[in-house]
Design a protein around this ligand. Structure first.
Ligand SMILES: [Zn+2]
Ligand SMILES: [Zn+2]
Length: 430
């Protein structure tokens, strides 16, 4: 692996997006078409899987709107197929810019659909029309599109179609087999959490690019070039071990700050408003809070000159681990639970129980909480309830606006902190 050369390219997001731009600029004519056909084929396969899954859910949960979801997915499958056919027939179809605009409309429409079905439905119809090749968007032909647009297209399309389906296929059976709190798959608020997953995923990528470009470059200026060169020249395994240690400490510090700084807690309380913990709830975050937390973990690596492989590996690991620790699974993991963050460890972080408030900040390794006096991990107990005293508004858009116009109730988290009197948890605010 070429660590030295990679060090200059920075964050995994930037690396990914430069690579994507390079790939698209390098592809012309038939190769672009072949890639697009492949994308459509993969999407059709994923959409058909989603149709099958929602069809099954519609039968087992009648009256929960899954029949309509299945129908919409079926329409989307037909439209993707139609677009693929047009490509094969040699007719112009949507290029990357068109896909990005179409994806943007889908995302905004989905966000609106949780508040106003009519507006959301109109947006989805509009997006499907664009996807079907209708309108001027389908006629643009340049492959060298603005990088941000390329990034948005790739992340949104892959996030919507592949990510959600893959996670659902893994976690729905897992939570049925090992259910901690048995409940229906389509529990209260599931639609809003799907929107959180879809929209926040794309917003996080944009937010990370901005934070790396703005803050990362400033931080970098304070790190001596000799240190960065030294990091870049060190063996891969050293970079991975050291990088992981730095990421987890950065993540711990960022998460703890989100609880202790009132302004940050205003945003972080959206995540702590979760009442039903499961894999889907892992995505229930304010995008600004998510960008802040992820930047705290990744920016130090960027500033210190770590290579792209270590950076990319951490982003993937952190993401998968973050979903797993929210899962609604009763798995104790024996002594391993002291080494690696497990669902039990993070469920206590969300517990509506004073002795567990402001504990278990680590994303990956509980030892950090043990070191800083914030660990709370009873042997066999699980929380009975989750959430905070305040109740957040329903619907994605209202949750997005909530921190902007509503102060925390008398800085509720400071109040929570002061109410910690017993247990292992140490008071964190004087
Ligand atoms: Zn938290
Ligand atoms: Zn959480």
């Amino acid at each position: 692996m070429c660590v030295g050369g990679a060090a200059n390219t920075g964050s995994p997001v930037l690396t990914f997006f430069l690579a994507a731009r390079g790939m698209l600029n390098g592809m012309h004519g038939r190769r672009v078409m072949a890639a697009m056909v492949l994308l459509h084929a993969a999407e059709m396969a994923a959409l058909l899987t989603a149709v099958t899954v929602t069809g099954g859910l519609a039968r087992s949960h009648p009256g929960r709107g899954m029949g309509l979801a299945m129908l919409l997915l079926l329409v989307a499958t037909v439209l993707v197929g139609w677009q693929g056919y047009r490509l094969l027939a040699g007719r112009r179809s949507l290029n990357v810019a068109g896909l990005a605009v179409q994806s943007g409309i889908v995302m905004v429409a989905i966000a609106f659909a949780t508040q106003n079905l009519a507006v959301g439905g109109f947006g989805i119809v509009l997006a499907c029309s664009v996807l079907a090749g209708w309108g001027r968007l389908a006629k643009t032909s340049s492959a060298s599109t603005a990088p941000v647009v390329v990034l948005a297209a790739l992340s949104v399309r892959s996030g919507i179609v592949f990510g959600l389906v893959a996670l659902a296929v893994i976690f729905i059976p897992l939570e049925r087999l090992f259910a901690l709190h048995p409940r229906r798959v389509l529990r209260l608020g599931w639609r809003t959490d799907v929107v959180h997953y879809l929209v926040n995923g794309a917003a996080l990528k944009v937010g990370l690019v901005v934070s790396v470009v703005v803050l990362g470059s400033v931080l970098r200026a304070f790190v001596p070039a000799s240190l960065r060169l030294g990091v870049a020249a060190s063996p891969t395994w050293v970079q991975i071990v050291a990088g992981f240690a730095i990421t987890t400490v950065g993540g711990y510090a960022g998460h703890r700050a989100a609880h202790e700084v009132p302004l940050l807690w205003r945003f972080h309380r959206v995540h702590h408003s979760i009442r039903d913990m499961d894999w889907l709830a892992a995505n229930h975050l304010h995008p600004l809070d998510e960008t802040f937390g992820r930047s705290a973990a990744v920016l130090p690596l960027y500033a210190l000159g770590f290579g792209r492989v270590s950076l990319g590996a951490f982003v993937i690991l952190i993401t998968v681990q973050a979903i797993f620790i929210h899962a609604n699974v009763r798995m104790n993991f024996g002594p391993v639970r002291w080494l690696i963050a497990t669902p039990q460890f993070h469920h206590w972080h969300h517990a509506r129980e004073p002795r567990a408030y402001n504990t278990n900040y680590a994303g990956e390794f509980p030892i950090l909480d043990a070191l800083f006096g914030t660990l709370y991990l009873p042997a066999d107990r699980w929380p009975a309830q989750y959430g905070i005293d305040e109740s957040e508004p329903a619907g994605y858009l209202r949750q997005l606006a909530w921190p902007l116009h509503t102060r925390c109730a008398a800085d509720s988290n400071a109040a929570r902190t002061q109410s910690v009197e017993h247990g292992v948890a140490a008071p964190l605010v004087a």
